[in-house]
Ligand binder design. Structure first.
Ligand code: TRP
Length: 335
């Protein structure tokens, strides 16, 4: 059976962009793979080393989001990255297999650096070794469980590519040890914001969170960007440029062709259309929020799931690391 390894940084609540970008895929795939889902607290610290409380608080939030979307603890091991120290060990071995210029060329790292520059001014002096190197530790996350399949959003592709290069180099030098991991994208690897931005993202403040209440969802949907050429409610419009239509499609409105025709014919006002969308999103999130409520009321169950998931991951990681140490001639006291 092939192995899935994927996860997120515990830095905030998950939103519809995460759901359609990757979570939905992970939920579907967990039945056919040995699945490990990591809560990347060590990676979150690369950006938040001076705010450990934030990372800690969000570990449980993230676990709650995972469980509520249907990551099934009977199918998937949900684990905390820092409690699998084999990852840290492998990161050190991997760090010899990637050059510093190569790390600077990683497009996602580059983009994050520009963002930091915009926020904090020139950061050349303050780029940490940990920040630059986090893709190496991400490669180690995947390799410590010998993952084959990595379901992620589009922004993670450069990291998976980098992981493949590192693993390939390792296999060449020390002998065949790891699978080359493959990224799996969903049908919609990047979800646009209701405001029309290219990406739903916390930093752009345009998210519908999986845990938003009905009123908040309705309010947010009412602000969605529609065809700017439609002035009156019976003007014909172009649904292809409308974020409301985009979201109707995303959450698979069964009457999508009616929505489209009515919009084109000027038979559908935007307020009406938005109210329908809000209702559908609320309906769509209902089972997710019911599961959330179940787990919110049972924190000891979340605790147990995380402990067991971490234990199982550590066990698998140690098996793999035995082979790694052997292949690297580091097995001094083993027969
Ligand atoms: N980089 C991912 C994020 O920002 C989190 C992550 C850490 C990850 N290690 C990983 C994702 C390994 C996939 C595989 O959310």
């Amino acid at each position: 059976m092939k192995t899935i390894l994927t996860g997120d940084r515990p830095t905030g609540k998950l939103h519809l962009g995460h759901y359609f970008g990757s979570l939905e895929n992970r939920v579907k795939m967990q039945y056919d793979y040995d699945t490990y889902i990591l809560i990347a607290d060590v990676q979150a610290l690369t950006d938040n080393f001076n705010n450990p409380e934030k990372v800690r608080e969000n570990v449980r939030e993230l676990a709650l989001d995972y469980l509520s979307v249907g990551i099934d603890p009977k199918q998937s091991h949900i684990y905390i990255q820092s409690l699998v120290p084999q990852t840290a060990e492998l990161t050190v071995y991997f760090s010899n297999l990637v050059s510093v210029p190569r790390l600077f060329r990683n497009p996602t790292t580059k983009f994050e650096l520009t963002q930091k520059q915009e926020l904090f001014g020139n950061t050349g002096e303050s780029i940490t070794y940990g920040f630059l190197g986090y893709p190496v530790s991400q490669a180690a996350d995947i390799a410590t469980v010998n993952g084959n399949i990595v379901p992620v959003g589009e922004d993670q592709l450069p990291h998976i590519e980098q992981a493949r290069e590192i693993v390939r180099k390792f296999n060449n030098i020390y002998g065949d040890t790891f699978n080359e991991p493959e990224a799996v994208l969903s049908d919609n690897p990047r979800i646009k914001g209701l405001d029309g931005s290219e990406k739903m993202s916390k930093s752009l403040n345009n998210c519908i969170y999986l845990s938003d209440d009905d009123e908040t969802i309705t309010k947010k949907v009412m602000t969605a960007v529609t065809d700017p050429n439609k002035i009156r409610k019976d003007d014909p419009a172009n649904p292809e440029v409308c974020m409301v239509y985009y979201y109707h499609k995303l959450i698979k409105n069964p009457n999508i062709s009616t929505v489209c025709t009515e919009c084109r014919n000027g038979e559908r006002g935007c307020v009406f259309c938005k109210k329908e969308l809000a209702r559908n999103i609320i309906e769509f999130l209902k089972p997710i929020q019911e599961r959330r409520k179940y787990y919110e009321e049972r924190p000891e169950e979340i605790e147990r799931i995380l402990k067991e998931g971490t234990e199982a991951t550590r066990k698998k990681a140690e098996e793999i690391m035995k082979r790694v140490r052997e292949n690297m001639k580091l097995n001094y006291f083993d027969e």
